[in-house]
Design a protein around this ligand. Sequence first.
Ligand code: FAD
Length: 291
Amino acid sequence: MRMELPVSLITVTAVQRLTPGMARVTFRADTLPESVGATPDQQVKLCFARAGQERPLLPDPAANGDSMRWYQAFLAIPEDARPVMRSYTIRARRDDRVDIDFVLHGDAGPATRWASSAEPGDVIGMVGPSADYARPLGEADLLLLVGDETALPAIGTIVESLPAHARAVAYIEVTDKSEEQRFDTRADVTLHYLHRGDVSPGKSRALVDAVRRAELPAGSVFAWLAGESGTVRALRRLLVAERGMDKGSIDFSGYWRLKLTQDDAPTEEDIAEAQERLAQAQAEGGGTAWT
Ligand SMILES: Cc1cc2nc3c(=O)[nH]c(=O)nc-3n(C[C@H](O)[C@H](O)[C@H](O)COP(=O)(O)OP(=O)(O)OC[C@H]3O[C@@H](n4cnc5c(N)ncnc54)[C@H](O)[C@@H]3O)c2cc1C
């Protein structure tokens, strides 16, 4: 199956500190397909240059347009010259500009280090978003959104896109009040912010405890979960075992892994979940991510 995949170099035009721990970086792209930013929760892979390179080395554009061919060509670049690749969410798009919000987490990896010192003129690569990987939200009386600060950009796009008749409840874990964000929406949306305080990200039980205690309105629920993988796993188990939710009514995604980088090999649980997501996506007639 041929899977379409836009690839572009994007140039920083502005950097803004949204909150003490979140940087919004605005980029200009020479070519941005219409589809970019047209739907919520769009995932992209950002490619960061290696030390000594001015811009990331990306495969020949001839390989663009087919995700498998492009990724094989990417992997064929010698490791010491191959860009570092990390997953992010398109927060907003205006004409040829896109915003991406970076959590500046303390356990800095290459993406966070890059975002902490990004300046206008800096160039990175953007791969995707691909329509093949789009996962529309399920229909239900209530949308339950649960995540940590890495999920805030996606939650923001989802909440802003909801129609007036939609109802959503979100549980979002952040360090403290200074990291809270508000969103414009036509829908009936309740945001519950949970503060982890001094507890390290990924080690807090705040989300699990809050979802366990949550009094949700009567009716059907579709849940969208994202954040640290272990927490997402615990939330999904809780919703299935304690709330009797059907697995097909839960969209879940481990956005990062405690003590592991995005380059580290998948754990057995990661592989099992990826297979489950693939099976679910195929049953729904969609695709799934290729990492
Ligand atoms: C589909 C998808 C969409 C995402 N969208 C966004 C987004 O819009 N904005 C965003 O900021 N992130 C987003 N993420 C999460 C982001 O990709 C990870 O946090 C990534 O690990 C950051 O890369 P890094 O180079 O900074 O750290 P890595 O090199 O991957 O990891 C280095 C160390 O940092 C730790 N670490 C990674 N992330 C965090 C964190 N948030 N808090 C504390 N420790 C951490 C790791 O455990 C590791 O020990 C998304 C992830 C996915 C899969």
